[in-house]
Design a protein around this ligand. Sequence first.
Ligand SMILES: [Zn+2]
Length: 148
Amino acid sequence: SVFLQYRKKRLRFGRSRIHEWGLFAMEPIAADEMVIEYVGQNIRQMVADNREKRYAQQGIGSSYLFRVDHDTIIDATKVGNLARFINHCCTPNCYAKVITIESQKKIVIYSKQAIAVNEEITYDYKFPLEDNKIPCLCGTENCRGTLN
Ligand SMILES: [Zn+2]
């Protein structure tokens, strides 16, 4: 497995005003910095579909499946890091970017702007539109109301 080399930001897991748990900065972060890699297992669409069904049967939400492209999904349900706890926000302070290292696709969360100590780390999940709506509780002025 290939690892990214970057200075790890000090982050903490804690109660979130948006949704249950979230990730918070423990140090000031400047704009355009690598905040954390979204770690998980790289799986194909078919495997993701099967896992999604199995997780639903087991009562596990499928919110830790991150779509990279049409046939690559990163599953952080069982093998993940703190990045899976980052909440969606319609006016986020970070964004997710797909980068390729030695032909392996990785998702990295970058800061869009300066982030203060104790500020919650958020990004826009950019979920596709679906009939079954997931309400957004980000509470920002430009909230779209739903995640999808
Ligand atoms: Zn929102």
